[in-house]
Design a protein around this ligand. Structure first.
Ligand code: ADP
Ligand code: SF4
Length: 685
């Protein structure tokens, strides 16, 4: 079954008073469900435990109303009434032989207190992190004692809930234990400020408190950021090395990473597997305690190498465990090519950022374990011997075909292009997006294993072809095209000079290999990744590029995926000019007229070409044609016809994969009621 090369990943390891059964460690990660949706949260964590992770952690867990993270929805242990929600998770995790870990935190000036309306506290007086127009006050010595008491009491509550590992959190620039370390946040002149020994004092005390309170049966882990990338105002590697030296043997486990979150969960466009190694490798040389670290690990060979080379003892994963909760089991069972590898798109992060349940591009069941009863590995068998025709082999069609095939349906998938993958195949050839091809590769690999799925490429189907084919169920996943006319969020009408202008290009042109030359304006009315990727492509191709948007900031939606800073830095490095708050009012010859959206002042720019990234149109011609022939469906044997994914409404790749999966799950019922998922309801107590 298992390749002996991977044996080391399955050796147990002692963490203080507890033992992890293997080296797979699901580190804490946000999920947008937290304390508000405890049943959904527990079911999601249970799936990880079932999938073989030895340790399954919560997300951040608030310990007190003065560290309230509203609107973000995290775990909560303010008092004893919060225990049952987390006990639920512990029971589910324990049922599969895994350990449950709890990440306690008080976020000080990086909290909001929008719900509790308490005054924020911090090492020194300072503004809040997220731009709320109120400040945090300096903690007195009494406050510090109170904070230690809250942390200690929360640790005891965690133990009572059944947690096996209790975290002290000093990472991501998100907790008081870290804020006291940071010179920019700690300007105190008492025993908790100034020299490093003083700034470390609180972290040491909280570690000691936690060990004393729960250390008899619980392991105490320290989550610690070794570098913030902010220079001397932040935690820097050299100082982090001193801190690890000072506290080396105090925690039972070191969980180390980079701060802030955008430097930890870096999108694959900007960092590869194992990218944190230069910043965390020193830790294992400094302590005898087990060390966990992350690096979007999906390759078992890389994991083994991390352990054999003495970088890590346990393989920490957040995103790889979201994309494939069964990753450890698949390695154990020798099913490496069944691993659904994370693509590093950070759509999972957007759940937390937009205060909605977690979702994942690769794993459409993520977040749906409880409310829809979806399991990442299991699906109900087919209801009949009906045949299904899937038109389009993009992410929607591929996932529909794969999941229908898993159900046992006889599936035929057809695509007009010579290669499968649709937009994923095309977009993955753009700069930085190569890993996105995993959306296609995993599905093609699974489809190839199923004898009941036939695939025909290079075959454009007409409505007559579909009618002649004679499948009982037809699903059209024919994708979409970028608009050329400038219509979008900011322009309710065509932009004058765009229609029929050979100087106007779309992302489709670029993906088809038609690139402009010279000075190019990339017009971004989309706000996500497409425009900056196009700008990067053209700059690398030798064009002089301006990135132009009517918004007040470039690519604002990328804040939700942690891309934003990296995009801005890359654009700056490449010398791509940023022009915000500007709309295009016309394009004649090589003269592009732009207008400042606030002053309405107009300027003329000399542009050899414009790449317009505004909106997309569904490629639903086949669907419309089929609807015109609806009277002939019955004779052709067609019982149902659906249009899904980008052909229904253009969106994220995650939307298309979800649409394909949902279609496959719901084909031939059972049919959901008005609200097609379970919800949490509050009782009066
Ligand atoms: P989605 O994101 O919804 O999966 P994509 O654009 O990625 O959509 O994929 C749509 C796929 O459908 C493309 O590969 C395209 O070649 C294919 N396609 C579109 N129209 C037809 C058709 N009439 N016959 C066969 N394949 C088609
Ligand atoms: Fe990975 Fe993207 Fe899924 Fe997050 S959403 S786990 S980054 S594939």
């Amino acid at each position: 079954m298992r390749d002996p090369r991977y044996d080391v990943l399955f050796t147990p390891i002692k963490i203080g008073p507890v033992t992890a059964k293997n080296r797979f460690y699901q580190v804490p990660h946000c999920n947008g469900m937290g304390h508000a949706m405890p049943l959904a949260h527990a079911a999601m964590r249970e799936t990880k435990a079932e999938g073989g992770w030895a340790v399954v952690s919560t997300e951040e867990c608030e310990i007190h109303p003065s560290g309230d993270l509203t609107p973000y929805v995290e775990a909560r242990l303010w008092d004893d009434r919060d225990i049952p929600a987390l006990a639920l998770m512990c029971d589910k995790v324990h049922a599969h032989g895994a350990l449950a870990a709890l990440e306690l935190t008080h976020n000080g000036p990086t909290a909001s207190n929008l719900y509790s309306r308490e005054v924020l506290i911090a090492p020194s007086p300072q503004p809040t992190k997220y731009g709320y127009p109120h400040q945090a006050r300096e903690m007195t010595l009494h406050d510090i004692r109170e904070y230690r008491r809250w942390h200690r009491e929360a640790a005891i509550r965690g133990k009572r809930a059944g947690m096996d590992i209790i975290y002290v959190y000093a990472a991501h620039d998100l907790s008081l234990a870290m804020h006291f370390l940071q010179r920019r946040r700690n300007q105190r002149s008492d025993a908790y400020g100034g020299p490093l020994e003083n700034r470390v004092r609180l972290l040491r005390e909280v570690l000691e408190d936690t060990k004393e309170a729960v250390g008899d049966t619980c392991a105490v882990a320290l989550r610690f950021a070794t570098e913030e990338g902010l220079g001397p105002g932040g935690v820097e590697l050299a100082e982090a090395q001193d801190i690890v030296g000072m506290l080396a043997e105090l925690p039972d486990l070191w969980d180390v990473n980079l701060a802030a979150w955008y430097n930890d969960s870096v999108p694959s466009r900007f960092a590869t597997e194992g990218a944190q190694e230069p910043f965390i490798a020193f830790v294992k040389k400094t302590t005898t305690k087990p060390v966990v670290g992350v690096g979007r690990f999906t390759s078992p060979d890389t994991m083994v190498s991390q352990i054999k080379r003495g970088v890590l003892d346990m393989i920490g994963c957040a995103r790889p465990s979201i994309a494939d909760p069964f990753l450890p089991r698949k390695i154990e069972e020798g099913r490496i090519d069944d691993i659904r590898e994370c693509i590093g798109c950070n759509i999972c992060v957007t759940g937390d950022m937009t205060i909605s349940p977690i979702r994942c591009t690769q794993n459409p069941t993520m977040g749906e374990e409880w409310r829809k009863g979806w399991h990442p590995e299991r699906i109900a068998p087919k209801h009949s011997d009906c045949r299904v025709l899937v038109v389009g082999a993009g992410p929607a069609g591929l996932e529909a075909a794969r999941a229908l095939g898993q159900r046992g349906y006889a599936v035929t998938m057809v695509d007009a292009r010579k290669e499968p993958g649709g937009r994923v195949a095309r977009e993955s050839r753009l700069p930085g997006l190569a890993e996105w091809a995993r959306v296609r590769d995993w599905r093609v690999g699974q489809i190839n294993k199923l004898a009941n799925i036939a695939v025909y490429l290079d075959s454009a189907l007409s409505a007559q072809d579909v009618l002649d084919f004679g499948a009982e169920h037809v699903v059209l996943a024919t994708g979409c095209n970028w608009r050329r006319d400038g219509y979008g969020r900011s322009n309710g009408f065509d932009i004058p000079g765009f229609a029929g202008n050979p100087r106007v290009f779309t992302p489709d042109d670029l993906m088809d290999g038609r690139l402009p030359q010279g000075r190019v304006a990339v017009f971004d009315d989309d706000g996500y990744y497409h425009a900056s990727v196009a700008a990067e492509l053209l700059r690398r191709h030798g064009c002089e590029v301006a990135h132009l948007t009517p918004e007040d900031s470039l690519a604002p939606w990328t804040l939700n995926t942690l891309d934003y800073r990296h995009v801005r830095e890359r654009m700056a490095e490449l010398g791509i000019e940023a022009m915000v708050s500007h709309a295009i009012v016309g394009y004649v010859g090589n003269t592009l007229t732009v207008e400042d959206v606030w002053t309405h002042r107009r300027r003329e720019l000399v542009c050899d070409a414009v790449v317009t990234v505004t909106a997309r149109l569904p490629d639903d011609a086949l669907y419309r044609e089929m609807k015109q022939h609806e009277a002939e469906w019955a004779d052709a044997g067609i019982r149902s016809l659906r249009c899904i994914g980008d052909a229904e409404a253009p969106g994220l790749i995650a939307h298309a994969v979800y649409a394909g999966h949902r279609y496959a799950r719901e084909l031939e019922g059972p049919f959901a009621s008005n609200v097609p998922f379970r919800r949490h309801f509050h009782t009066a107590s």
